[in-house]
Design a protein. Sequence first.
Length: 498
Amino acid sequence: MEARTRVVTLDDSQARIVDIRADLSVGDAGLRVHGLSPTVSRETRDRVRAAIRNSGLSWPDGGVHLTASTAHPRSDVDLAAAAAALLVTDAVPVRRLTATALIGELGLDGTVRPVPDVLPRAIAADAGFTHLVMPTANTEELSHVPGLTLVPVACLDDLVTWLRDEPAPAAPPESSDRGRSRPSWNPDLWDRLAPAAVRAAAVAAAGGHPILHVAAPGTPILLLPQLIWTLMADLTNTKVSDVSTWHSLAGEPLPDSAGSTQPPGVSLRPDDTIASIVGSASRPGSLTLAHRGVLTVEDVPDFSTRTIEALRPALQNGAVTVARAGRNRALPAAARMVFTARDCICGSTRTEDCRCTTQQRAWYLARIPLWLIDRIDLFVRHVTVAESDSPLPSLESLRDSVALARERARSRWGAAPEPGTEISYTQAVADLPDKAAQQLDDAVQEGRISTRTAARCLQLAWTRADLDDRPHPDITDIWLTLAHRDGMLGLLRNPSPR
């Protein structure tokens, strides 16, 4: 007689299904585990047999052989192994195990211990199972996964009770913050935002464009990335699985709250090491933890040249490369990057307290490398104003505009724009008015921008048009893009005196 159960495991950031097969043989009573690493096989054998006996269940006269369909170095197969052993000995019926995955480590007394990385496994299980048996202690880490019924078990007895068609163990009540909406803006603060900054944030959120904020003393430096994060759409189930996998591998909690569908938000500071930023094959760094979210690089002039250089692959390609077993491996790092800088070295909170000279300020801002400036699409000077000269759209309508702009881009390019992904100049110039195309050609001929920068300017212009629901960019979009770049370079190299 043979029986089979299945467990959802996480192997090198990829969720996969491992079959646990059990077979009952004639001979001495015992349990043998095959297919796992020697250490895991030995420990699983001891825990499963002790847990079954200490739960008051009888062990069969014959021997039980458990075989895993693929090697797996973790102990989260215990619950599936115990269920297979009980199934092959007719201790429980098979009906509820036909479309059920199991996750959990057993204690010798039969308790079911929590395991890491539950969310990506639950989303993976949703693709092929109707039920997921999991430790009760892990329930708080999961939000609702459509189509999948969670069966929390605190001990092996709970699993046996459920398999015998008795009432399933009740799931603990969800925490009060589960599924909560995004934090709302203070209306007073929203009314004080500069329209140009709100527009830049919407463009960055819709098109994934990197942005630089050079802030005067007293300006809230983290307000702009927070605004971009707020305007981004919630993550789909697939993207939640992607994000949570990398956070689990890094031993970091999920962004904002466990089970959140909100994009991650990560900040880099000048004292962060290159290793912590880029990561390794076994532990993703900050760049990967910010994948699909917002990455804030605070006080960029204070970063060392080598550290800033480490950001280049993520900025250009949306990925970073780490070495593993003599081979290179690419880790995702497609985040909307917001670079922030004070416009003087002293860091005074009030303009009147700053004693920096124009030369000192120019020297400080010149620490931002030219290659980085060339790859930044948007420039913001003021995020807040004393009194706005034009009314702002509501936050909800602006989020809708961002989502619609991404849908328009997806219809045109075949995919929504993501950080580090560029379209070719030929694609971008298609359907563009002749005057707008000529404006860019003149800028290239004059040496103001490169051909590659021209293509990115066009991509930015298309994002602006998509936000406004226009069929294509016009000459104003091109002019605005070039004017912003000229203004950014002018401020960084020749800051105005105070």
